[in-house]
Design a protein around this ligand. Structure first.
Ligand code: ARG
Length: 587
């Protein structure tokens, strides 16, 4: 379905053209003064500069041209040059009925037959999932769902960090602590799975310990480095420990992601790209892109237009070891081979921007993917504490994700603990959902590229832009529909008349859904969906206060309002669903 914004922009653009001006000046937006008009166009101001005319004169001509069109109840020029637009109720209701009848609730099916590989999550084996990885999971999951709602085929891959130096560090440390393990014996040569006494708590302790040690102890650093290289070139014993590490760690990661409602189609790791490293390097060689620089093999990726230097990407270090860029390039080849994607999107901390610039340029130069394949790094900012610095635990440590979820769930439980509607078990379940909703919405409502401050009280507030407020709005609609005895499968929307201003405003929010999803996809940013959910919820609240739905005596009016409730609930649930947020039945 086409968005009303697009439709009106075309119309107004046509009127600009009819008056001899550029049609693009006709871009329409939802009005920020609903009391004056529903939509506005500010194109006359730009037109004034282009055509050396007073803006109000241009707006006046365009308004006159638009007045001929009977979809407008009002099209007027307002000094100094605004174009204020209001559509007729008949037009509005017809558009809303189309949304209600549409199986996709008005979301444009832009995906056609395109496939997107979505790389998000990116946790590292043997390191606990901490809140640095929270944003990748939350944003990636939302983008996956938004793109699917628009008809794209989306393949999600967690892309575990399981092949780098961190593995060498942990294995080296284990070999010093447990030299008696069979896999550390010389000549160990078994491919069978080993049952090693490893658990998550131990891993959580070992990685930071080994990492610190390597900075103080040169011999250990070298050992870890050698272990990494040996692991990557097939050392049987290290491989056996590595496999055990993955088993323990992946189980723990899955549990955390499950709590967050985040799922992946593939649990591939950097290691899975290993078989593609050699073919990838061969392609670079064939194309004469690879050259030696200080012993390392590198590819130039600088471009003339670069504003800041983009250094060559290192493919092989002087000791022939692979690095982050090597696996990312090999992974591109693997994905091209397995999925032939039209786009590959990476939801990764924005501080990795240079890495992705280098990798993408190299991939395109080498033709690892066709020129037409879109490679995008969707960078995100940091989640900060109230001091504006990266969020920490009370004692200053890095917070584990599971602890964060527990803290917020507890706070949510305390908040709803007073209410009498539910038994303890239902409240516990709801507290979990409300907690997750608070965390996710608190994150997603900010444009992904921005830093934000984690504020439990704000995120859990029943008022304002919070996940809690949205869930609460849904429960309110549930309660109205329950009392009215209106089933979900209500009759098709066939309202013929608008009865109040609050109702009319809410119809507009309904129609903005198409635009919100379009923008979210265009910018690859879920915050547009959050904003629209909030718009729907606030305009619903205003409508609810204004209209005594259940006591309404006029049957036609009451039916219209109830079917609006049904539609708004459907849309809110859809918005929540693509944000990865589960609704609660009552609160
Ligand atoms: N494991 C990486 C990290 O923790 C993130 C991986 C992101 N994905 C990728 N293809 N590089 O920083």
């Amino acid at each position: 379905m086409e968005s009303i914004i697009h439709q009106l922009s075309e119309l107004v653009g046509g009127a600009f053209a009819q008056c001899g001006y550029e049609p693009r000046l006709g871009a329409v937006t939802l009005s920020d003064r609903m009391d004056l008009c529903q939509f506005q166009c500010n194109g006359a101001f730009e037109g004034a500069k282009l055509y050396r005319k007073a803006p109000v004169a241009i707006a006046g001509e365009v308004a006159a041209a638009l007045a001929e069109n009977d979809i407008f109840q009002k099209a007027e020029a307002v000094p100094p040059g605004f174009l204020n637009l209001t559509v007729t109720d008949a037009f509005l209701l017809e558009a809303v009925a189309a949304v209600a009848a549409d199986g996709h609730a008005g979301i444009a099916q832009a995906g056609h037959n395109e496939t997107i590989v979505l790389d998000y999550g990116g946790p590292n084996i043997a390191k606990p999932l901490h809140i640095g990885h929270l944003r990748a999971a939350i944003i990636g999951e939302a983008l996956k769902r938004i793109a699917r709602a628009a008809g794209y085929t989306v393949i999600s891959d967690v892309h575990l960090g399981d092949w780098g130096l961190q593995m060498g560090l942990v294995i080296a440390e284990l070999s010093e602590r447990f030299p008696e393990w069979v896999c550390f014996a010389d000549g160990f040569d078994s491919a069978e799975a080993l049952d090693l006494p490893l658990d998550v708590d131990m891993l959580n302790e070992i990685y930071p310990f080994a990492s610190k040690k390597s900075k103080e102890d040169e011999a250990f650093a070298e050992k870890a480095h050698n272990v990494t290289l040996a692991l990557q070139t097939g050392h049987r014993g290290y491989r056996a420990v590595w496999e055990a590490l993955i088993r323990v760690s992946a189980a723990d990661l899955k549990e955390s992601y499950e709590k967050l409602g985040v799922t992946f189609d593939y649990w591939y790791g950097e290691s899975d790209a290993e078989p593609y490293i050699e073919p990838m390097v061969n392609i670079l060689k064939e194309k004469n892109l690879l050259y030696l620089s200080d012993g390392a093999q590198v590819v130039d990726v600088a471009e003339e237009s670069d504003k800041s230097p983009v250094p060559p990407v290192i493919i092989k270090k002087s000791d022939n070891s692979n690095i982050y860029a090597t696996t990312d390039l090999a992974t591109i080849l693997q994905r091209a081979h397995d999925f032939s994607p039209d786009r590959i999107w990476y939801v990764v901390d924005k501080r990795q921007g240079l890495h992705f610039t280098q990798v993408f340029r190299c991939a395109k130069k080498a033709g690892l993917v066709p020129e037409s394949t879109e490679l995008s790094h969707l960078g995100f900012g940091t989640m900060n504490g109230s001091d504006g610095k990266p969020y920490k635990t009370r004692d200053g440590g890095v917070m584990r994700l599971s602890d964060l979820i527990e803290t917020v769930t507890e706070a949510a439980y305390e908040k709803i603990g007073q209410s009498e509607y539910a038994n303890a078990e239902e409240k516990r379940e709801n507290a979990k959902k409300i907690g997750i909703a608070a965390i996710k919405f608190g994150d997603l409502v900010n444009h992904r590229s921005k830093d934000y401050i984690f504020d439990i009280d704000k995120f859990l507030s029943f008022e304002g832009k919070s996940g809690t407020y949205l869930l609460y709005t849904v429960t309110r609609i549930n309660s109205i529909l329950r009392k009215a005895g209106t089933e979900e499968s209500a009759a098709p929307f066939d309202t013929k008349q608008v009865f109040s201003d609050a109702e009319r405003a809410l119809y507009l929010a309904v129609l903005m859904t198409t635009e919100a999803f379009r923008l979210a996809l265009q910018e690859k940013a879920p915050n547009y969906v959050c904003e629209n959910a909030y718009l729907l919820a606030t305009l619903f609240s205003a409508f609810y206060h204004d209209s005594h739905i259940l006591n309404e005596a006029d049957a036609e009016k009451k039916a219209a309002w109830l079917s609006l409730c049904v539609l708004v609930r459907r849309l809110l649930l859809l918005h929540l669903d693509v944000l990865g947020i589960e609704a609660v039945d009552r609160m």
